[in-house]
Ligand binder design. Sequence first.
Ligand code: PGA
Length: 269
Amino acid sequence: MEVVILNDANEVAAHGAALVEAMLRVKPRAVFGLATGSTPLALYRRLAERCRTGAVSFRAATSFNLDEYLGLAPGSPQSYRAYMQREFFGQVDIDPAATHLPECAPGEDPQRVGARYEAMIRDAGGIDLQILGIGHNGHIGFNEPSSSLASRTRVKTLTLRTLKANSRLFEAGEFQPRLAITMGIATIMEARRILLLATGSAKAAAVAGLVEGPVTAMCPASALQLHERVTVLLDEAAAADLKYREYYDLANRENSALKERFGDFYAAE
Ligand code: PGA
């Protein structure tokens, strides 16, 4: 696991955007796994800006979002489809037909959506770069604590803590879904490269569990320890509970020196 600790959320977004751009340079037809929430907003803004200036293009790219609420009216502004349209799809040159979320049509059995979504990801050739945030409770996507580490895309019930954290996005008295369809942990683990972003002190405990805790379903993000190519981008506040902090900084200096001398080994893949 590559743990990169940066000064602030702006640097996290800039570093993340550089990795996305590097992927697109090597593979313009890249398949991205995308996340919603507050954390990736700065990354999306930066990519949108780069797209406007012609520095990067998503024209040939495909995307699969991690999750979508269940039970919202089609077109609801609270849906993750609407979020993505507002914050990213509508701001870059990606083909709308190449953007996917695990959406359940009205009247459709939500239990059938997962297998179909998995097949679509497979047919697209799998995910090249998965972008993730992390919940206060260590969730990735909506894989709440106790989610099977072997889980695939499916319906998940949200924890009370997640409902509370996300209630800020709903008006008082407005319907807030308790269910979502989310990629499973095994689905996420199949991405060829994973980029997890975390900023702010509220994420420090979850980040410590992700990087240094035992691999456990009680901190779903800890499953990423079993993935070969994960980059964790943190600001100082989110890194505050890490015990091996000095080592991560040292390793990054050494890795940067190697990359400077020989180029990025992974970029060529
Ligand atoms: P946040 O959500 O970026 O809004 O903090 C992250 C998550 O719950 O995965």
